[in-house]
Design a protein around this ligand. Structure first.
Ligand code: ZN
Length: 259
């Protein structure tokens, strides 16, 4: 599932290609996806990430939001091409195309007319997000990992990066959020920044089907220290990486250095 680094990678790549281009045609290939209004004739003026969503600003003041969810991928084509299997929409931008390929069909499109309130949730890469998490986590008795993955509180982190961040910071995925000190949260903010920034530099993690806008694999799967490494020696303490389920999700951790 695309998480913050993968979506940020797409936003950066889209920015180099589509800003200034006019949307000259929109084609829906899957009746399950709804085209929110008529986008034809709009010029793209910005591409931003909001959590795991891609927000494309247009010159009529509205924004198109693309949420890739489970298996969505965007593909850039310099010339008109036959859409690959599982394509759900095609946007023509002058002579170029952007396609959504999405085998499990959960990706969504929506149109925003108004500015988004910025203070409801915090982005995992927002400077100073530790202070927000201290306030949100103080009274909650829930496992730290599920808190980090709750998109209603903090946006951008899914299963892979939650495991990696918790291993880096040395905290157990099962720790209750209320048991963390303010300094623990500040260390967490640092670990989030380190892991997510490096993953962006690597253009994401291609363990299964993730590809960037140009069809290339990311490289962060070579940097993983704990995710999918069950039975392997821990690079921090020499212990053994374990895998257990936490609220239905596979969770990799080191009992030796995560408490
Ligand atoms: Zn360890």
């Amino acid at each position: 599932m695309p998480e913050l680094p993968e979506v940020e990678t797409l936003c950066r790549q889209l920015r180099t290609k589509i800003i200034g281009l006019e949307i000259t045609g929109t084609f829906i290939l899957d009746g399950k996806i709804e085209m929110p209004g008529n986008l034809k004739g709009q010029r793209v003026i910005s591409v931003n990430r909001r959590g795991k969503r891609i927000v494309i600003g247009m010159d009529n003041g509205k924004s198109l939001e693309i949420h890739l969810r489970m298996t969505g991928r965007l593909i850039w084509q310099e010339t008109r091409a036959v859409p690959p299997p599982h394509s759900r929409f095609v946007f023509d931008l002058s002579s170029n195309q952007v396609m959504l390929v999405d085998p499990r069909r959960f990706a969504t499109l929506s149109l925003r007319e108004e500015a988004i309130k910025q203070d409801e949730v915090v982005d995992a890469l927002a400077p100073g997000c530790a202070e927000f998490l201290i306030a949100e986590g103080r009274n909650r008795r829930r496992p730290l990992k599920s808190f980090l993955m709750d998109q209603q509180i903090i946006e951008g982190i899914g299963n892979i990066y939650a495991c990696e961040i918790l291993h880096r910071v040395g905290l157990s995925p099962w720790r209750e959020t209320a048991s963390l000190s303010p300094d623990d949260w500040r260390e967490m903010e640092k670990a989030m920044g380190t892991v997510l920034s490096k993953a962006i530099d690597c253009r994401g993690t291609s363990i299964s089907d993730w590809r960037d806008l140009f069809g290339n694999k990311g490289d962060y799967q070579n940097e993983l220290r704990v995710y999918s490494r069950e039975g392997v020696t821990c690079l921090r303490c020499g212990g053994i990486i374990h895998r257990k389920r936490l609220l239905g999700r596979g969770t990799w951790f080191c009992p030796g250095c995560q408490a």
